[in-house]
Design a protein around this ligand. Structure first.
Ligand code: FES
Length: 114
């Protein structure tokens, strides 16, 4: 069991390193996602679909950003603009079904944490 699987709910991490997309785009996505999480009450730890959102330094895709990852499934999404984020929120975070058409390709451009 991974660290992320051991926690309840979903954890979303958004890259703001700046290589995959300008950092402000990632921060704008974070702001919108936090609004959606709060509006739907998912910030309540007792909510069955509890969700959190944080920024991170890289998700090893490094192009076609902003990049975000949804745990515990570990699904990475690319080119996440406002429209894409709303789909990810509705279909994956609320609905439990990853949005296949928005998934980042499974190629890693560089190792994590470098
Ligand atoms: S710089 Fe954003 S995924 Fe690496």
């Amino acid at each position: 069991m991974s660290l992320f699987e051991s926690r309840r709910g979903r954890r979303v991490m958004i890259c703001v390193r700046g290589q995959c997309a300008p950092p402000e785009k990632g921060r704008n996505i974070e702001t919108l996602l936090l609004e959606l999480i709060a509006r739907h009450g998912l910030d309540n730890p007792d909510h069955p679909q509890h969700a959190t959102c944080t920024i991170t330094n890289c998700l090893a895709v490094c192009e076609d950003g902003p990049i975000l990852i949804v745990h515990p499934e570990g699904v990475k999404y690319h080119r996440v603009d406002e429209t894409a984020l709303r789909r990810i929120f509705e279909e994956h975070i609320l609905g439990g079904q990853p949005v296949e058409s928005l998934r980042a390709p499974n190629s890693f451009k560089r190792p994590l944490f470098l």
